[in-house]
Design a protein around this ligand. Structure first.
Ligand SMILES: Nc1ncnc2c1ncn2[C@@H]1O[C@H](COP(=O)(O)OP(=O)(O)OP(=O)(O)O)[C@@H](O)[C@H]1O
Ligand SMILES: [Mg+2]
Length: 1013
């Protein structure tokens, strides 16, 4: 019985063990159980159903075994142990009588050894059995289905022998006896070892140096890599208890939480904004593996880049993909491929930049044969789904826009890459600049220039800041504010480096720009053409066609692509996709063949009629809407929306008042530039108005609410780049919403700056909801300019600390309209309590403060209580999931005794015991406004409840008292019932999850229906 009890207690661990390897591991457990007669043939058949997730099968196996009693349970544990040992070099003796009178029985009782012996030779044995007429061609094909590994084929053959009474079993017993005994695991084989070593060397060579470097520096990834913030993306439950903060992971833990979304999927997805460090993260992973420092569970890692994969136009098989496009085995290709197919769980395939793969994900076309050629997209999609190489891990990175719901169905875990934390930025700069003074100078500069600081959360900006450190530190002048400023600065850096030394003094003057204009236009043309063709790596032929010559290349913006297909010359790519977009924007701003009307494809993509455009912009030469192939408009129409958005931001910046002068000096007529600017402005305004017009009217009784559509943030960012107050004012003139929702929109500090720039011109106050973004302290600072038009600010899950909140409160004190702050799930501690207290004491129209799931203790609650005493307006106060304890509850209770307005107080999950409850009871005796008191998840116990019951007897305002999960027994309930007899204001008392027996629940609920049990 004892073994059975253990078995039950360990059920979930057993399921995990059974599922953890692969179907292969599960089937070898079945082999052992069959061989020991623990499983009958019928049991076995019920457990080897094709197409069922392993987890279901594992659970079913446990149920079957449980029914067999203690003996069965013991044997299962032994089978798991044996199956695990199976992956070590074999020690199975495999001695059976080849002329046994009971061949079918012997096949079963020696099954583990026979499978092991057969697996390397299954193809030959299959041919033989078919030739001898033991199995039909159809049966043979069934066993050879491409989804089966060799061991699975061996098992299917044995299964057939068990049910066929034609001598197949006897034939197999003899045949297998003659096969050589495998000496070691296939990985120990010399050819395989050689291949593994070649693969490691190849991956090491590709990952040693940082991909973004321009030939003037040699950055070792090891020396420069800085930890990037990686969070698990949770499904946000609607209703139910609030969730904990998103979990952050270190890179090494990347595969530790698989199975969050879909248990049976093998693909881990890392999503991050452009330049957030996805490629670098993968590179780091490859390096750690190749150096033997992490991820050693994988014996093979095959890195791929989607931008390069999509260039493969000829059909190819999985085998070709791995061998010809990653690492070629010099010997024994067939055997090595077989090892890969047989041990998928030891393989990791990484695919970088799914957003740059021009084919949209679909799971409609199924391809599962590893040796049959198919299109590259079918290969990739079937790998991701697990139709090919099931159980091999796949790691995919992408920008958010390219992740569709149908892709998510095949993902086991989704992680978001957030970029550098504030400490990360500083660490990175210190790693880049070992010279004393430079890093400190840059850090000081960033702290003083919060717009630039905000940009640096994206590693690509940190890289640029350190690249231009001399310009930034020495040349003084205004620091870059917008993204375009920063890219122009780096352009200047590259141009100066390629110019005679004396030109350095003049900065990015028109002279410098003009002298290199042909080069910039060549690069711009190539960039735009690439965007339109979804092409991001360029062959020599393509460079020639775009007239990019060696001088253009020497400027440094084009670099050799990292992962080169063996045997080919390294193609070139832009330093980073943002540079490709920047050059494309440059071309759009300066080239003679840009029609202003084609710009409409950039800002919102809608199609105003030519007549309308001509009316609005009469001086423009608007041509027919048909686009010539290869024309600017046609290219813009074909480009990926997220690249267009980045390009639009740059174009807006380049056409801004501030930079237009610079461009005008480059030979383009002022008039043309003005026309392009007018068109950009007009299209921007139109797109925004269209956005606003699509907002549905308000639900009766509620304020009109707008949930930002994708693209809204980019329009706002483009407006910000233009830096024109008038345009921003005009843009939001028609926005009449009461609630602006921008949850899960990847809003970081840079987006906050843009939002504030635009929203501060709103005419009516708005509730701004920015939950689940990456605002952070720097973002909070960026939001301050629009705080005065906010009546509520929701910042749930935004990585905000005391520093950010103290700044916010300082400003909030001056903002008459602001009445609500929601800061659930941030990083607040007692350090912000003084600020909060001040807010409550000084702002006598403030209504709601929600501080749930932060780190506030009794000390913070005591400080906050002082503010509460002086406050006469607050109605909602939320402390869910802090640690105020009894002392904090006492302080708050004392402050609330005479409070005149508070209606709702939540102290859920705050470690409050009977002492705190007693203080709250006294508060209830005096307080006349509180309507709802939430005390779930504490340990109030009967003693506390009795006090609360006393308080209730004298209270006439409370309507709902929530006491679920508080270790209360019927004694406490009895006290409550007595109090309820004297209190008819109370409508509900929640008591679920306490210690009542079913009978007590039954009885109590009949005594007073207001008790919710
Ligand atoms: N963890 C890191 N440590 C140091 N530098 C980094 C890190 N991550 C990124 N960088 C720097 O930022 C640059 C841009 O990062 P990366 O190319 O990895 O971004 P990405 O997310 O792949 O962008 P894209 O969306 O364009 O593919 C890198 O070339 C590198 O210089
Ligand atoms: Mg990348």
């Amino acid at each position: 019985m004892c073994a059975q009890d253990d078995f039950r207690a360990q059920r979930s661990q057993l399921v995990e063990l059974l599922v953890s390897g692969s179907l292969e591991g599960f089937e070898s457990v079945l082999d052992w159980l069959l061989s020991w007669d623990v499983l009958s043939w019928e049991d076995y058949e019920g457990l080897s159903l094709l197409g069922q997730p392993v987890s279901h099968l594992a659970r079913r196996l446990l149920d079957t075994i449980w029914n067999k009693g203690a003996w069965g349970c013991e044997r299962l544990t032994a089978a798991v142990r044996e199956a695990r040992a199976d992956s070590q070099p074999p020690k199975l003796p495999g001695c059976w009588d080849p002329h046994s009178p009971h061949p079918a029985r012997d096949l079963q009782s020696h099954r583990p050894a026979i499978v092991r012996r057969l697996y390397n030779h299954v193809e030959g044995v299959l041919d033989l059995t078919q030739a001898r007429g033991f199995i039909s061609r159809y049966e043979c094909d069934e066993i050879r289905r491409p989804i089966f590994t060799s061991s699975q084929r061996a098992r299917r053959l044995l299964d057939l022998a068990t049910v066929k009474a034609n001598g197949l079993a006897a034939f197999l017993l003899q045949c297998v006896q003659e096969l050589p005994v495998p000496l070691a695991l296939p990985f120990e084989d010399a050819t395989c070892k050689k291949y593994m070593s070649k693969l490691r060397t190849t991956v090491l060579a590709q990952s040693r140096f940082l991909s973004t470097y321009d030939g003037t520096e040699n950055l070792c990834l090891e020396e420069i890599y800085t930890e990037n913030v990686l969070e698990i993306r949770m499904e946000v439950a609607t209703g139910g208890p609030p969730q904990q903060s998103p979990m952050t992971l270190s890179l090494e833990e990347l595969f530790s939480t698989c199975g969050q979304l879909n248990e049976d999927a093998d693909t881990v997805l890392v999503v991050g904004e452009v330049g957030s460090g996805k490629s670098t993260l993968l590179q780091r992973l490859h390096l750690l593996w190749a150096l033997g420092r992490a991820f050693q569970e994988f014996l093979f890692i095959f890195p791929f880049s989607c931008r390069q994969l999509q260039c493969l136009v000829k059909p190819l098989s999985l085998r070709t993909l791995l061998f010809e496009h990653c690492c070629w085995p010099d010997l024994g290709q067939q055997d090595i491929f077989q090892v890969l197919l047989d041990h998928p769980e030891r393989i990791l395939l990484t695919f970088d930049g799914f957003d740059e793969f021009r084919f949209r994900f679909t799971d409609r076309e199924c391809h599962c044969c590893p040796t049959t050629p198919t299109s590259v997209q079918s290969l990739l999609f079937n790998l991701l789904q697990g139709n090919l190489l099931k159980n091999a891990r796949k790691l995919l990175t992408s920008r958010p826009d390219a992740v569709s719901a149908s892709l998510r169905k095949h993902v086991c875990t989704e992680l978001s890459l957030k970029g550098f934390s504030e400490e990360g930025i500083e660490l990175y700069l210190r790693k880049r600049h070992r010279e004393p003074g430079v890093a400190n100078g840059l850090i000081r500069l960033l702290r003083a220039t919060s717009a630039l600081h905000g940009l640096c959360h994206l590693p690509v900006f940190s890289w640029m800041v350190s690249k231009c450190h001399q310009e930034l530190l020495l040349q003084g002048g205004g620091s870059p504010k917008t993204t375009t400023d920063m890219y122009l600065l780096i352009l200047q850096h590259f141009l100066l480096r390629a110019s005679p030394p004396d030109s350095a003094a003049h900065g990015l003057g028109p002279g410098l720009l003009r002298s290199r204009l042909p080069t910039l236009l060549h690069l711009g043309h190539l960039a735009l053409w690439g965007l339109g063709m979804c092409c991001y790596v360029f062959s020599a032929k393509q460079l020639q066609a775009a007239q990019v010559n060696s001088e253009d290349i020497s400027l440094g913006f084009l670099v050799h692509a990292k992962r080169v297909m063996p045997g080919s010359t390294a193609p070139l790519e832009f330093l980073h996709i943002t540079f490709q977009c920047f050059f494309a924007a440059f071309y759009l701003a300066l080239s003679a063949d840009t029609l202003p009307s084609s710009l409409r494809h950039l800002f919102g993509g809608h199609q105003p009629s030519s007549a309308l455009l001509a009316r609005v912009l009469p001086k423009l030469c608007v041509q027919g809407s048909g686009c010539k192939e290869g024309s600017v408009a046609a290219l813009l129409q074909e480009a990926e929306p997220h690249n267009l958005q980045i390009t639009a931001v740059f174009l807006a910046g380049l056409l801004s008042q501030e930079h237009r002068g610079l461009l005008a000096e480059c030979q383009v007529s002022e008039k043309v530039l003005l026309q392009r600017q007018a068109c950009a402005r007009w299209c921007l305004a139109r797109s925004l108005h269209k956005h606003f017009r699509s907002i549905p009217p308000a639900v009766p009784g509620e304020v009109k609410s707008m949930h930002a559509m994708p693209g809204f943030i980019w329009l706002v960012r483009s407006l910000y780049e233009m830096q024109e107050e008038r345009l921003a004012r005009e843009a939001v003139r028609r926005l009449d919403v009461g609630h602006l929702k921008l949850t899960f929109c990847s809003v970081g500090p840079a987006e906050c700056a843009a939002l504030a720039f635009v929203l501060r011109h709103l005419r009516q106050p708005v509730a701004l909801q920015l939950d689940h973004n990456s605002v952070g302290d720097v973002g909070v600072e960026q939001l301050l300019p629009c705080l005065s038009v906010c009546k509520a600010l929701y910042l749930r899950d935004n990585n905000i600390t005391d520093r950010g909140i103290c700044k916010l409160v300082e400003h909030a004190l001056l903002c008459e309209q602001l009445q609500k702050l929601a800061l659930f799930n941030n990083k607040l501690t007692d350090g912000c309590a003084h600020s909060m207290a001040k807010l409550l004491a000084c702002k006598q129209n403030f209504l709601a403060l929600r501080l749930g799931n932060n780190h506030i203790t009794a000390a913070g609650a005591e400080v906050l209580a002082q503010g509460l005493r002086a406050n006469v307006s607050l109605q909602f106060l939320g402390f869910w999931g802090n640690k105020v304890g009894d002392k904090g509850a006492q302080a708050l209770a004392e402050a609330l005794g005479d409070h005149q307005s508070l209606r709702w107080l939540s102290l859920v999950g705050n470690n409050i015991g009977s002492v705190g409850a007693q203080a709250l009871a006294l508060m209830l005796e005096k307080n006349v406004t509180l309507e709802e008191l939430c005390l779930e998840e504490n340990h109030v116990q009967d003693e506390g409840v009795c006090s609360l019951a006393r308080g209730l007897k004298r209270n006439s305002s409370l309507k709902v008292l929530k006491l679920s999960n508080n270790h209360i027994t019927s004694l406490g309930a009895e006290a409550l019932l007595q109090a309820l007899e004297k209190n008819d204001t109370i409508l509900e008392v929640w008591l679920r999850g306490n210690t009542f027996s079913p009978e007590e629940i039954e009885k109590l609920s009949h005594r007073d229906t207001r008790l919710l049990l």
